[in-house]
Write a protein that binds this ligand. Structure first.
Ligand SMILES: Nc1ncnc2c1ncn2[C@@H]1O[C@H](COP(=O)(O)OP(=O)(O)O)[C@@H](O)[C@H]1O
Ligand SMILES: [Mg+2]
Length: 261
């Protein structure tokens, strides 16, 4: 049995997962001998399946039972992969936001991120304190996990990010910066919550600009009203954000007040 990821570019004749209705993912090739236990399975069929998996014959050359065996196998792999992605998400999401569920817009964005990250605009979630910005951002990250793709993500509040990146003896903060900026999806929560210093402004700009240049989607949240973004974050950061982000505006009362006992 081989653990083999088949990039779409290599899905030549013989491994037409889309035609089988199999969602993209990482698959383990089936143990073809198991086909002998499959209803209607026989040695000849096993040999044909083997040829199919080695891309020697096409889907049309297989019997319906053989196609069914392959479909069942890959669907099981896809389901296992999906469960793994969700379990991984659940180990990382902060407890408070573990119940956040994506709406249709969040789900559509996540689909776009996993299928076409280069052309997916980043998200800027804005709204007053307590309107659910962080909750919304984690719902989007859940939606990514629910696609079953192993898209990596990291989440930091802006304050924690600066703490991570602050130069310190014996630590290569540039390597930390590279690791953070290179992640598939970066979530920075609460931009502009604290007054920027020259250093935090520089780090924030480098981070945002790097994500922009590498065409990597990010999620930012801020409770700074759009009209004040320039004053609070500075011209360079505000104009980058405006250019590269789709805005999600949350309104309403502070949900935390409603929760107070
Ligand atoms: N759509 C929602 N459904 C249920 N609870 C929510 C929702 N949005 C936010 N909350 C809850 O409201 C509180 C405030 O949300 P949070 O995302 O932390 O606000 P913000 O980041 O805008 O300050 C949190 O306890 C959060 O879990
Ligand atoms: Mg928040």
């Amino acid at each position: 049995m081989s653990d083999q990821w088949i990039p779409p570019s290599q899905q030549r004749r013989g491994l037409d997962l889309a035609a089988l209705g199999i969602p993209p993912g990482r698959y383990i090739h089936p143990d073809v001998s198991e086909f002998l236990d499959f209803p209607g399975g026989d040695r000849e069929g096993a040999a044909r399946i083997d040829s199919y998996l080695h891309r020697e014959i096409g889907l049309d050359d297989l019997q319906p039972t053989e196609v069914d065996f392959i479909r069942q196998h890959f669907l099981k792999c896809a389901e296992e992969q999906l469960q793994k992605c969700i379990a991984h998400f659940e180990t990382k999401v902060p407890r408070r936001y573990s119940t956040a569920r994506p709406n249709a817009i969040a789900t559509a964005w996540a689909q776009s991120v996993v299928t076409n990250p280069d052309e997916t605009r980043s998200l800027l979630v804005v709204g007053p304190t307590g309107t659910g910005k962080t909750h919304y951002a984690y719902s989007v990250l859940r939606a990514i996990a629910e696609t079953g793709r192993s898209t990596g993500w990291v989440a930091y509040t802006a304050a924690d990010l600066y703490a991570q990146l602050r130069p310190r003896a014996g630590r290569d903060s540039e390597a930390t910066f590279e690791a953070i900026v290179g992640t598939d999806v970066l979530f920075v929560d609460d931009l502009g919550a604290a007054k920027l210093t020259e250093w935090t402004e520089e780090v924030t700009y480098r981070l945002i600009n790097n994500r922009y240049e590498q065409c990597r989607p990010s999620i930012f949240t801020s409770n700074v009203p759009p009209t004040q973004l320039r004053d609070v974050l500075g011209e360079r950061i505000a104009s980058r954000l405006t250019e590269m982000c789709e805005r999600v505006a949350l309104k309403g009362d502070d949900r935390r007040k409603g929760m107070a006992a």
